[in-house]
Design a protein around this ligand. Sequence first.
Ligand code: KG4
Ligand code: ZN
Length: 356
Amino acid sequence: MIVLGIETSCDETAAAIVAATRQGPRILSNQLRAQFAEHAPFGGVVPEIAARAHLDHLDTLIGRTLAEANVTLAEIDGVAATVGPGLIGGLIVGTMMAKGIAWGAGKPFIAVNHLEGHALTSRLTNGVDFPYLLLLVSGGHCQLLLCAGVGRYTCLGTTLDDSAGETFDKTAKLIGLGYPGGPAIERTANEGNAYRFVLPRPLKGRPGCDFSFSGLKTAVRRLIADGGGLDFGDTADLAASVQLAICDALIDRTANAVDWFRRHHPEGTTLVAAGGVAANEQLRRRLAALADGAGLRFVAPPPALCTDNAAMIAWVGIERLLLGLVNHLDAALHPRWPLNIGAPQRPGAEVTWSRE
Ligand code: KG4
Ligand code: ZN
């Protein structure tokens, strides 16, 4: 089975072809064009600019991915595209393109939730079996989830304010580092002393699996205002302190989820991390240690498959196609679309979202 995946929900234009073979999944091509240069002057993603850039580059990227994979449209089994959550302009560009190709080539269309792309990537890269515990940390989301099956997710905790990725991005902007903030903070932190600045670890030590990061952002803003400017040494120390505080908070909340997972799902063997922030080296190292201490395996996709990409969308296409979960060509877009739509955000409230 071979699926073409298209991802345009934020500031990466991406197209990929993934195959399910007897030997396991294979990424035949994974093309991506980031829009950092277009958005950098604004310090964040500008939706209108993103949509136009997707429009300018998506067809070239799809052509390139078909050529690299050496397959024709006649040889693919389905076209999958992100239909949400994300920026509406970009979602329209990617979804209309995917529906057009599906119709023209007479192939099924699969409407993909971007978060399910992140959630299932570890099955593509490492063949992880359900159920597993997932820390999903991206720019837009920060959640701990029980993944029980395709389309079956229970949210154990979510953020009360900002996501971890947003916190990296916003503090990087305050410190004067570039966009996106996560990689910039990680690079700069390598030269810094993480114990120089004392920053809050919101909700640390409290029961439950929710997150909160707005206090951390405010503390960084105050530090900078009180300090009256930063030299390079300060910048590196502050970046290192921010990274440590975010990782401390993520590890603390994940530890509570691990306890819950081991008690309620003794058959589960794996802690998974996904989303852009899961590319962070310190976070990966500490999650691995946490899993090890609890007798679990830790899996995180390679960094390039943690950040947004289309291979994960093609993979969801394959998983759904294998279950017969295809969509009509009038499938709607969902700019806001939680993984466990309509569910109370607590364990025991599992909800399956069905085909349209
Ligand atoms: O999953 P993703 O590519 O896009 C969304 O779905 O949001 O995640 C992007 C987020 C950004 O906030 C970015 O700063 C963060 O992931 N990020 C990182 C790293 N690489 C990307 N955060 C910390 N360390 C990194 N190495
Ligand atoms: Zn993402």
